[in-house]
Design a protein around this ligand. Structure first.
Ligand code: NAP
Length: 259
């Protein structure tokens, strides 16, 4: 039996990951701010699936509390699967948000997953096995859909996942970026949206089951709401086709000033 650490496990997508991974027989470490919800979930999963479940109360927008979770990854029972799921959006627009609100969003959506992955890779590489799942968003591919920095934080999780996969795949670490479309969870209420006005809303169980189907196939990027994965592969091929052309000693001719 292996152990999975899930951030943002007290509700929404993270709680369903906890249920599904417990059903597969994984022990769990559940992380979020709401101690009561975590304890109730851990008790329920231990009872239903006979697994071990620890809980850690932590606000992952706070660097000191992120360090506490990173210490648990480095020193406790080995973590075989890290699900970097905790994330949110702010209700304020970019211009109106307080600096502290933006810093908190960057801390939760970007810094925490980065530092937790950093804590996890050394042990996983030494064991020659492990998985890191970063929950991004389709908005990371379509940042113009949502105002402010949410989309940019999610774009980071995609490129961070691709970079990790490239660097640590040969060490036996599987890295998956999951890019959900709109999914029925409380994130919409927290970010000031009326979920009943959304079209194409996926149920959270369907989203997590699809992401896990991609996990089982070791897909590097899961896009559960995209019907034609040929579109994703065409996008990636176009990106990779540019790569051999980036190293040049002279600027491209369109940038040369002709007097
Ligand atoms: P959710 O229902 O609001 O759940 C968010 C989870 O993160 C909760 O367990 C929450 O627990 C935890 N969390 C929030 N702030 C935290 C903090 N400062 N420190 C630690 N934990 C914190 O949202 P969700 O939809 O499941 O979101 C999960 C992930 O999916 C996020 O990264 C989100 O960006 C991504 N996503 C969601 C959608 C969607 O439509 N739902 C679409 C694309 C991507 P506590 O309040 O107990 O801390």
């Amino acid at each position: 039996m292996s152990t999975a650490l899930i951030t943002g496990a007290s509700g929404g997508i993270g709680a369903v990951y906890a249920d599904r991974l417990a059903a597969r027989g994984h022990h769990l470490v559940l992380v979020a701010r709401s101690t009561g919800k975590l304890d109730a979930l851990a008790h329920d999963l231990r009872t239903r699936y006979g697994i071990q479940a620890e809980t850690i109360t932590a606000d992952l927008s706070d660097p000191a509390q992120v360090r506490g979770v990173a210490d648990r990854i480095r020193t406790g029972t080995p973590i075989d699967i890290l699900i970097n799921n905790a994330g949110t959006n702010t209700a304020s627009g970019f211009a109106d948000a307080a600096d502290a609100e933006l810093e908190g969003l960057i801390g939760l959506n970007m810094t925490a997953p980065t530092l937790l992955a950093h804590a996890a890779v050394a042990g996983m590489a030494a064991r020659g096995a492990g998985a890191i799942v970063n929950i991004g968003s389709v908005v990371g591919l379509a940042t113009e859909l949502v105002p402010g920095i949410y989309g940019a934080t999610k774009a980071y999780l995609l490129t961070f996942s691709q970079s990790l996969a490239h660097e640590f795949g040969p060490s036996g670490i599987y890295v998956q970026a999951v890019l959900p479309g709109a999914t029925r969870t409380d994130i919409w209420r927290h970010s000031g949206h009326d979920v009943s006005r959304l079209d194409g809303l996926m149920e959270v169980g369907d989203l997590v089951d699809a992401a896990l189907a991609g996990f089982d196939r070791q897909e590097p990027v899961a896009l559960p709401s995209l019907p034609d994965d040929g579109q994703w592969h065409a996008f990636e091929s176009a990106r990779l086709a540019m790569r051999p052309n980036f190293a040049n000693s002279r600027p491209a001719s369109r940038y040369l000033i002709h007097s």
